[in-house]
Design a protein around this ligand. Structure first.
Ligand SMILES: Nc1ncnc2c1ncn2[C@@H]1O[C@H](COP(=O)(O)OP(=O)(O)OP(=O)(O)O)[C@@H](O)[C@H]1O
Length: 278
């Protein structure tokens, strides 16, 4: 079976100091209908990996090596116009903070509709019906299309972002810490919704998180990143059930108990660097 996304030895560096490898030789595969979680602490290179898939690295950064093959095509070989056609249509995206992605002065229904008009040419009644149906698919009554973002709760705003990201029925969804800003109960609801949509629409989901609790809930496969490199990857049951790398073990130690009471332990970097357990 051809993979939906095949990342081959992706390497990202700052243009001005190309010896600093922010993402170093990262390779993994994502299949349709599956979720691959990229997990690691802040600064490990997760977001740069996701942005590379979208062709959205900032101008100060460049990919010096590797390929990003989506549906059999190397995304780097596409023009910016072709890439714009893929973003939002074949690859959907959601990010951590819906308020920064939603325009506060436009009704949410209008904002969901924009990409339907741009990519699918929908207008008028057909557009309104599709927007209503998308809102209902993410658990929001259709009439909330006329609400402004600040009239919705944080969880509802993230649901609106999900509706926007799936509007064109993309083959792949990239979710970068989509639940981090939400409280635990809402987080669980959003994860469940994403998981259901992934299965129903047979999407591949690339899910970026620093939280192994989230990985346990949602991943089929997991890629553990540390300082720009993959230290461990594989099916979630294997990586969580029998972690091999000290960094994975240390991150797993940081997961709070179900009641959320276990204090977070600081990660012992000396141990990681020497390989000797303290
Ligand atoms: N434009 C840039 N120029 C130089 N370094 C950068 C740039 N953007 C990001 N970095 C660095 O690249 C590294 C990886 O960043 P990235 O955002 O991918 O981390 P992350 O794992 O997603 O962390 P977080 O969860 O905090 O977003 C970090 O050390 C960051 O400081």
């Amino acid at each position: 079976m051809t993979a939906l996304l095949r990342m081959e030895e992706l390497t990202v560096v700052p243009v001005k100091s190309p010896q600093r490898k922010l993402v170093n030789q990262v390779s993994f595969v994502l299949e349709s209908g599956k979720t691959t979680c990229v997990v690691g602490e802040s600064g490990s290179g997760k977001s740069l990996t996701a942005l590379s898939v979208m062709g959205l690295l900032s101008e100060q950064l460049q990919r010096i090596h590797g390929r990003v093959i989506f549906q059999g095509r190397d995304l780097a070989s596409l023009s910016s116009e072709e890439m714009r056609g893929i973003r939002g249509k074949q690859i959907g995206m959601i990010f951590q903070e819906p308020m920064t992605s939603l325009n506060p002065v436009l009704k949410v229904g209008y904002q969901i509709g924009e990409s339907l008009t741009e990519h699918l040419g929908l207008r008028g009644k057909a557009l309104r019906a599709k927007v209503g149906s998308l809102l209902e698919q993410v658990g929001i009554p259709a009439e909330r299309a006329d609400s402004y973002p600040d009239e919705l709760s944080g969880g509802q705003r993230q649901r609106v972002m999900i509706a926007m990201s799936i509007a064109c029925e993309p083959a792949m969804l990239i979710a970068d810490e989509p639940t981090t800003a939400l409280d635990v109960t809402v987080q669980a609801q959003i994860l469940k919704l994403l998981d259901e949509l992934k299965t129903r629409m047979n999407m591949g989901m690339l899910f970026i998180t620093h939280d192994f609790g989230v990985v346990a809930d949602i991943a089929d496969d997991v890629v553990v990143m540390f300082r720009g490199e993959i230290v461990e990857s594989g099916p979630v049951a294997e990586v969580l059930g029998n972690p091999q790398h000290p960094y994975t073990k240390a991150l797993l130690d940081c997961v709070p108990d179900a009641d959320g009471k276990k204090p977070l332990k600081p990660i012992d970097y000396a141990w990681l660097t020497n390989g000797a357990h303290p």
